[in-house]
Design a protein around this ligand. Structure first.
Ligand SMILES: Nc1ncnc2c1ncn2[C@@H]1O[C@H](COP(=O)(O)OP(=O)(O)O)[C@@H](O)[C@H]1O
Ligand SMILES: [Mg+2]
Length: 271
């Protein structure tokens, strides 16, 4: 299996001097095609920073150092701004925790898709925009024939997260999908539906999935590999079965013990 995403010696810090926080300590990672990687760790352990650094979304005072961040053999950091924008969103995309803030409130759903198509699928003829939007929305179970003109505030949180997923997955060239706690702003039933959806889309489209979650049962049911982060360090990188059966790091054991006392929030989510 070839590696879709390769990260070599990535390090991210915020601030300087006594205020300096090493949000991600030097780490390397290779994610093969079609792999479903779950990243867990307590709040502040650097999970979001890691995903944002891959997409070049770290702003000052953040400082990113890396020997390379390769997508299918191309170092994203070597691309011009224009080339980078063309690939991000079409070959690698991200969905965020809060879909309300991730979508522009002043744009209708049609406009959000149009903007995404113009940026990320320049070869798609305008005459095929509506058909492509409707197909993408149907794949996340939204019948949008009379809804394309609506604005984000006219949808529920769960619908908005589905729309975000439809936007992210609408590119036929999608290779890697990054998902940062995509269900934590949703109610329990909707969480399970959105996880089911991600599972089904991944199986159909075959992209590599990197999902950050607080929920270990989600990792168990959705992922085949797990990365555990603690204070910016990757303390465990293992297949999911070993994570649960033979955790090697004290922090992972602590995490598993604390999760064992919680209800299975997304029970059956990815069955
Ligand atoms: N924009 C920022 N400015 C300063 N520090 C930040 C910023 N974003 C994140 N951090 C710090 O980086 C560390 C990792 O944060 P984050 O990646 O958001 O963690 P997680 O997603 O695991 O909760 C935390 O100590 C956090 O306070
Ligand atoms: Mg986070």
């Amino acid at each position: 299996m070839s590696d879709r995403l390769v990260i070599e010696n990535l390090q991210v810090s915020y601030g300087s001097g006594a205020q300096r926080v090493e949000a991600v300590a030097p780490m390397s990672l290779a994610v093969p095609a079609g792999q479903k990687l779950g990243i867990v760790g307590e709040s502040g352990s650097g999970k979001s920073t890691l995903l944002k650094a891959v997409l070049g979304l770290i702003r000052p005072p953040g400082v990113v150092r890396a020997d390379g961040i390769w997508l299918d053999g191309t170092d994203l950091r070597s691309l011009s701004r224009r080339e980078f924008r063309a690939r991000c969103g079409s070959e690698i995309a991200m969905i965020f925790q809060d879909p309300v803030n991730a979508l522009n409130p002043a744009f209708s759903i049609r406009d959000q898709f149009r903007r995404s198509f113009r940026l990320h699928q320049p070869d798609l003829p305008r005459s095929r925009y509506t058909e492509t939007m409707l197909r993408a929305l149907a794949s996340v179970s939204i019948d949008a024939r009379d809804k394309l003109g609506r604005y984000p505030f006219e949808f529920s949180q769960g619908q908005l997260q589905r729309i975000m997923i439809a936007l992210a997955c609408s590119s036929p060239r999608l290779k890697v999908l990054l998902a940062d706690e995509p269900t934590s702003s949703l109610d329990v039933t909707t969480q399970a539906q959105v996880l089911d959806l991600l599972h089904a889309l991944q199986a159909e489209l075959g992209f590599s999935l990197i999902i950050v979650t607080h929920n270990l049962p989600v990792v168990a049911e959705l992922c085949d590999r797990a990365l555990v982060m603690c204070r910016g360090e990757v303390v465990e990188d293992t297949d999911v079965i070993s994570l649960f059966e033979q955790p090697t790091h004290d922090y992972t054991r602590h995490l598993l013990a604390s999760m064992a006392s919680l209800p299975r929030i997304a029970s059956g989510a990815a069955s």
